[in-house]
Each structure stands twice: as structure tokens, then as C-alpha cells.
Design a protein around this ligand. Structure first.
Ligand SMILES: [Zn+2]
Length: 529
């Protein structure tokens, strides 16, 4: 089996993405994670460019890594300067890594108009910088920046730069599609031309401006490159870099090329979410292989098919990349989604044909009122149970009253104003109606307290339940303050978590419905006798 070496630049190129900034601590945590995933080289940053990266290289030396090797990055020496005087090259030399990556120019346009030097001087910059670092005992990777654009503009010169890097002793020459505009057939063609020109292993570094970074990287691998560069989740400048999550999965599962072990591949989803967490980026649910929706089935036809044969609507088994299959319940769903979901919840509901259809009708009606069950499995389970003949709810809501006041409070000389809420709740349990009241710092809090107070008389075990998340979403925003509001809450009893939903034009009523569902759900699950 062929093998490809993975080179991750999440911490350098990936940090160039709009909205991303890592602390040194973040970078160390990601380094460790990349090591666990089986990445061969981790590009840690540009030690000459900022103190944070310099500190990273200092501290990463103490990190126990099993497999990955940390690489420092910089550019070739400046024009008309001695290499041993260039502060960037010196910072690279002193970064404490065995391997360094140097980026240099391949495109005559950049040499003439951006560096504003001569084509000869640029070749000397490449040669001097690599030779110098080699003489310091370093292994040098050479990033040929804009190689594909350079080749288009002036193929002889682009080849000359690569030859200079090879002659100076680069251990791997990485062909970079820096502007991200290449297409796979061109990439394959240029890779072969470079293979004919030099006898050094080649790599690929692709950007995603044409949404082809992964495709271009795979084309390069098929043409013979041995090193692939990219970032977790495709983070990077502009539209990002080649997404290593997709690349690793495609290399292993589609091309049969070894790069990580099967066990490491099964960590891919977790690594993707871990990095998005640290980067403080919302995980992309639609990301291939690792996104929450990558193996999610919404259409009724699909759900009924995968219940029979899993692979009928999935290109790979989701667990190979550590992801899971989900079946959604929504107004688009068919009867089979409902049955599948009920089974998945371990509900012994032998729904008759008619019952499933009625439940489907009910879901459609609820969704038109703003409910959504995709993220609220507990409310969905209640909906199923309530739809069955003979269902006995553990309690019933009769009504509630909430008063919110901005009140002046002056206890013992304190000054200031605070908003205060009072809730009165009426619930019925086993034919008995109780009325309770509670105060809170907000209406939802007061309502929650009053409801519990009432129910605790009958169900003292409810005291373990806590609210852990409360989200409000405005639906049909166009109608302004008259819009419907959907409230999604997450609760825990210290062991499991469940989510419930409520919807109304009134935020307090929506909260009330979601809160009541949460308690009812728990009681049903823990009903004794
Ligand atoms: Zn780049």
C-alpha cells in the first residue's frame, strides 16, 4: 500500500483565517491533538514573525509527542542581504526544531513587482537560505509559493527555482497553489513536469479559492507527490486551505493510501470538533465526513431505505470516521422516520399504520406553529406518547401568571433598581389542583421555581433536575415583535441530558411549554410503579 505523509498547518496558515486567533496554550493543545490523530509534521508557526510563535516553539519542546514532529516556518532571506544577517532566517535556525520549512518565490511577477528584485537574486535567495540551514544541521522543506501560477506565466523560471531548491539540498519541495485557483488536471500536469525536472520528493499545498483544494491535492497525490499539506476543517486565509479531514478520509477510504491508522481515522470527527472548539468557530454541520449532518437522513424515503440496508444512502459507514448516523423527524419525514426514531429511543411503540400517520399529521401541525423536533428528542418522545390511547400524564398544566416589575429596592441603605419577577402556577396531579408562587430574577426563572415547587410535593425526586442551556430563536423574523419564538432548553439530572422545545408568540409561554416537557419527560423515564 502506498503511503502519504501528512503535514498540518492549522497553527500557521489556519490561523490566517478571518475570525481565528490562538493563544500559545491553544496551539499546544492542538499540537497534542494532531499528534494523536497521527499527523506526521505539525507546522507550529513563524518564529520570526511574532513573540507568541517564538514562545510556542520554546514551550513545545516540553510537550511529550508520540509521533508528530514540529516544524518551524519562515521565508527565504531578504533580497540583497547576507543570509546570516537575516533576522527571520536566524529565528528559524534558533526555533529548536530539527525540521524547518522555507517559503520562496516561483512566479516572476512576484520577484519583479512584489520583491522588486532580479530573477537571479531570487534564485540566490533560495540557494543561500536552504544551504545555510542545511549547514546548521536542519532538514529543510521548501514551499514553492505560487508554483502553479508561476509555471503558467514563465515555466522555465518556475522550474529554475525548483531546481535551485533541489540543488541546495531541500528534502522535499512542496508545490503551492497559493492563490487557490488551479484545477486538478493542471495540477497533475505540473506535478509531472516537476518530477521530470528534479529528483527530490514533492508535496502539495493547495488553497480553496476555487473549492478545489482537496481535489487538487488528491490529483497531486495520484500524480506522485508524497507529502500533503492542509489544515483541520480547511481553516486558512480567504476561503481556506485543503481540508485535512476530507483529505485523510479520501486518501484512506477512496484511494487506499495509508496515512493514519484505522483507529486514528475513527478519531477524525472528534478532532474536527475539538479544533473548532478551540478556534471558537461554529462547527460546520454540513462538512463532509465529520459534520453533524454528514450522515443525517431527513427524507422519509431515505430513512425507510437505510432501515433496511444501511449503505443504501451512505457512501461510507459513519463510524469509520467517528461520526454517527441520524434520522430526523420533521414535517418532511415519512412514517418510517417516526418508526425508526421510536426504535432508536428504545420505545416499545408498535404503532399501527394509522397511528403513525396521525403522529405525522400532529408533527406537521406543531411545526407550522413553530415547534421543531430535530434538536428536541425529549419533546418528540412526549409527542409520541401523548398520541397513544390511554396516556396518563404525570401532571397537567392548568394556568400561570407572571408579573414583571422594575422595582426600587432600598434595603439598609443600598441603592439602585432591579427587575423582579413573580410567577404563580396552577398544576393538577391525580385530580388535585395546587397553586404555588415563586419569585425570581427573571420571568422564566420565577416560572421554573413555581412549577417545581408545586410538583415537588408530589415528586420530590424532581429536585435533582437542573437547567443547563436555554436558547431562544425568533421565527418568521419579518413580523417583528409579533413573531413566534422558539425556546429550546437542555436539562440534566447529573447523569443524562435531554432537550425540549416550546413555541409561542409569547416567550414566557414558549419557555413554560419547554420547561413542563422537560419535567414530564424525566418523570416518565423514572416513573416507579
Ligand atoms: Zn498557504
Amino acid at each position: 500500500m502506498a503511503e502519504v505523509i501528512l503535514y498540518d498547518t492549522t497553527l500557521r496558515d489556519g490561523a490566517q483565517m478571518e475570525g481565528i486567533g490562538y493563544s500559545v496554550e491553544d496551539k499546544l493543545r492542538i499540537t497534542r491533538k494532531l499528534d494523536e490523530l497521527g499527523i506526521h509534521y505539525v507546522e507550529g508557526g513563524w518564529p520570526g514573525s511574532n513573540p507568541k510563535d517564538a514562545e510556542y516553539f520554546q514551550r513545545v519542546k516540553g510537550l511529550p509527542l508520540g509521533h508528530a514532529r514540529v516544524v518551524a516556518f519562515s521565508s527565504t532571506r531578504r533580497a540583497n542581504m547576507k543570509v546570516e544577517d537575516d533576522p527571520n532566517v536566524l529565528a528559524l535556525r534558533d526555533a529548536g526544531t530539527e525540521i524547518v520549512t522555507l517559503v520562496g518565490k516561483s512566479w516572476d511577477l512576484h520577484v519583479n513587482h512584489i520583491l522588486e528584485t532580479t530573477l537571479e537574486e531570487n534564485l540566490a535567495m533560495i540557494t543561500d537560505s536552504i544551504s545555510y540551514l542545511k549547514a546548521q544541521g536542519k532538514t529543510v522543506f521548501y514551499d514553492a509559493e505560487h508554483l502553479f501560477d508561476g509555471f503558467k506565466a514563465n515555466p522555465e523560471y518556475a522550474i529554475a527555482t525548483v531546481k535551485a531548491a533541489a540543488a541546495a539540498g531541500a528534502s522535499c519541495i512542496i508545490l503551492c497553489d497559493t492563490n487557490g485557483g488551479a484545477i486538478p488536471s493542471d495540477v497533475a500536469f505540473v506535478v509531472r513536469r516537476m518530477q521530470a525536472a528534479v529528483n527530490v520528493p514533492l508535496g502539495i499545498h493547495a488553497h480553496n479559492d476555487g473549492e478545489l483544494a482537496v481535489a487538487n491535492s488528491l490529483a497531486a497525490v495520484q500524480a506522485g507527490v508524497v507529502q500533503v499539506q492542509g489544515t483541520i476543517n480547511g481553516y486558512g486565509e480567504r476561503c481556506g486551505n485543503a481540508n485535512l479531514c476530507s483529505l485523510i478520509a479520501n486518501l484512506k477510504l477512496k484511494l487506499g493510501i495509508h496515512c493514519v491508522s484505522d483507529a486514528q481515522l475513527a478519531q477524525l470527527t472528534e478532532v474536527s470538533r475539538y479544533v473548532s472548539e478551540i478556534a471558537n468557530m461554529v462547527p460546520n454541520g454540513y462538512q463532509p465526513y465529520v459534520g453533524a449532518s454528514a450522515f443525517t437522513h431527513k427524507a422519509g424515503l431515505h430513512a425507510s431505505a437505510i432501515a433496511k440496508v444501511e449503505e443504501s444512502y451512505q457512501h461510507i459507514p459513519p463510524e469509520t470516521v467517528g461520526n454517527i448516523k441520524r434520522v430526523l423527524v420533521s414535517e418532511l419525514a415519512g412514517r418510517s422516520n417516526i418508526l425508526y426514531k421510536a426504535r432508536e429511543m428504545g420505545l416499545d411503540l408498535p404503532l399501527q399504520g394509522d397511528e403513525a400517520r396521525q403522529i405525522l399529521e400532529l408533527i406537521k401541525e406543531k411545526e407550522s406553529q413553530g415547534f421543531q423536533y430535530e434538536g428536541a428528542e425529549a419533546s418528540f418522545e412526549l409527542l409520541l406518547r401523548r398520541g397513544r390511547a390511554g396516556y396518563q400524564p404525570p401532571f397537567e398544566l392548568v394556568d400561570f401568571l407572571v408579573v414583571v416589575e422594575k422595582r426600587r429596592r432600598l434595603p439598609q441603605g443600598a441603592s439602585g433598581e432591579e427587575a423582579l419577577a413573580e410567577a404563580t402556577v396552577k398544576v393538577r396531579v391525580d385530580g388535585e389542583t395546587v397553586l404555588t408562587a415563586a419569585e425570581g430574577n427573571g420571568p422564566v426563572n420565577a416560572l421554573d421555581d413555581a412549577l417545581r415547587k408545586g410538583l415537588l410535593q408530589f415528586y420530590p425526586q424532581l429536585s435533582v433536575i437542573k437547567l443547563v442551556d436555554y436558547k431562544v430563536r425568533i421565527i418568521d423574523e419579518a413580523s417583528g415583535t409579533g413573531a413566534k419564538v422558539r425556546v429550546l432548553i437542555e436539562s440534566t439530572d447529573g447523569q443524562s441530558r435531554w432537550r425540549t422545545v416550546g413555541s409561542s408568540t409569547n416567550i414566557i409561554e414558549a419557555s413554560w411549554l419547554a420547561l413542563a416537557d422537560s419535567l414530564e419527560y424525566w418523570l416518565l423515564r423514572h416513573r416507579t410503579g
